[in-house]
Write a protein that binds this ligand. Structure first.
Ligand SMILES: Cc1cc2nc3c(=O)[nH]c(=O)nc-3n(C[C@H](O)[C@H](O)[C@H](O)COP(=O)(O)O)c2cc1C
Length: 404
């Protein structure tokens, strides 16, 4: 099983002798399904060539802050936004000092300042450099800012000394990256996620549907798996592969989706309804293909079942999260839906005019009884992880309120 499928890893390489190990790291990351982009400092290019890293990552390597060729397509801000995790390996004493200072005089430090992604730093240096109080103070500074320090290991060093300062091996760095995603906050919980559109048949060949691609719901299912949950993904027709570890139930219509959700809801802990379920369907589906006539055609539509409201009513202990896709007055509509359906949380997003549907980025506004949070525009995969954090925290709040 590929543990980093679809994850975007930005590997920063600074000028240390351990830079040769980064080549193997790129290979291992890609074996696990990650997409890798490499940024190198100027002195890193003295230790290993950008060409090697380009060939291994199958992507251009970035070395300059002001790169006229790349600036329009993938500037430093774009790279910062692109990343799910930034790992700097090896991280020299010099790089760590610049990071501690908040320098932005070259590409790697600049994008570390600009990114909202998790940053990991793998120090690699001579043992005296590592033990120097200046380095220790810099490590403390960046660690207090939430940057993860992985390693160093102790042992024989390239300079002939023995002691702390060796960069961790690629295998250990891989585990450190996996740990960023796999946080275990929903371990032992059963999460149902609905995703995609529904198709409501008109006749044997036609249907009513919507523009939902399922990308958000699938990203939510993946994030729930990473959080350690057992996941049932109830999916409308989409062109996506289900996450390997999820149990996936494929449906077409709103009624099928309702039935699949209610069937799985018994004993489940959280229901996240990201599917764009049709509000109306044809009461009577024509048995044969409807022929084109002279006049207009009127379809008689009736309301579909409200999947989320039914599930919330059936089991009040189920923590229910709805999605509201709106083209206007987002907050008012979302809060109305939250209250009307008796939900625990709602994630609202603006749709239309190229927003939300069938694109890889989105922004969300989250509302719950007594709170709200805006999640800024980000890749849906990262947004889903942030959403899962908020859901887990509200879920556990609800549980502890029940017991008090
Ligand atoms: C042969 C050689 C090996 C080096 N190895 C390391 C090292 O392992 N760790 C380190 O912190 N600095 C090491 N340095 C020093 C860095 O290359 C130097 O501080 C450089 O300015 C780092 O630049 P950067 O942080 O922008 O990549 C080494 C220098 C040389 C000449």
């Amino acid at each position: 099983m590929k543990r980093l499928s679809g994850k975007r890893i930005l590997l920063g390489i600074s000028g240390g002798i351990a830079a040769y190990k980064s080549a193997e790291l790129v290979r291992r990351l890609r074996e696990q399904g990650a997409e890798v982009r490499v940024v190198m400092t100027r002195s890193a290019c003295e230790f290993i060539t950008p060409l090697t890293m380009q060939a291994l990552s199958s992507n251009p390597v970035y070395t300059e802050l002001l790169d006229h060729e790349h600036e329009t397509a993938m500037g430093h801000i774009d790279l910062a936004r692109w990343s799910d995790v930034v790992l700097v390996a090896p991280a020299t004493a010099n790089f760590i000092a610049r990071l501690a200072q908040g320098s932005a005089d070259e590409l790697l430090t600049t994008l570390c300042l600009a990114t909202q992604a998790a940053i990991l730093v793998a120090p690699a240096m001579n043992k005296q450099m590592w033990l120097n109080p200046a380095t220790a103070a810099n490590i403390e500074t960046i660690s207090n800012r939430g940057i993860g320090i992985v390693g160093p290991a102790a042992g024989e060093q390239a300079c002939g000394e023995v002691g702390p300062g060796r960069m961790l091996e690629p295998e250990q760095l891989l585990l450190a990256i996996q740990a960023v995603f796999e946080n275990g906050m929903l371990a032992g919980k059963h999460v149902i996620v609905t995703a995609g559109p529904t198709r409501e048949p008109i006749d044997p060949v036609r249907y009513i549907s919507n523009r939902s691609s399922g990308k958000m719901g699938y990203a939510v299912a993946e994030a729930a798996l990473e959080a350690g949950a057992e996941v049932t993904l109830v999916s409308g027709p989409v062109a996506l592969d289900a996450p390997e570890r999820a149990s996936c139930v494929r449906v077409n219509t709103a009624i099928e989706m309702r039935d699949a959700v209610l069937e799985n809801a018994a004993g489940a802990d959280i229901l996240i309804a990201a599917a764009a379920v049709a509000d109306y369907h044809c009461g009577a589906i024509a048995a044969q293909k409807i022929k084109k006539g002279d006049g207009a055609l009127t379809l008689n539509l009736s309301k579909t079942p409200d999947v989320l409201a039914e599930a919330a009513k059936l089991d009040p202990s189920l923590f229910t999260v709805g999605f509201a896709a709106e083209t206007e007055t987002l907050k008012d509509n979302a809060i109305k839906k939250l209250e009307a359906k008796g939900l625990d949380m709602i994630a609202a997003n603006l749709v239309g005019e190229g927003q939300a549907f069938d694109v890889d980025e989105n922004a969300l506004e989250l509302y719950w009884n007594g709170g709200s949070l805006k999640l800024e525009i980000a890749p849906k995969t990262r947004l889903a992880r942030q959403l899962l954090h908020v859901i887990a925290s509200n879920y556990y709040d609800k549980q502890s309120n029940k017991t008090h």
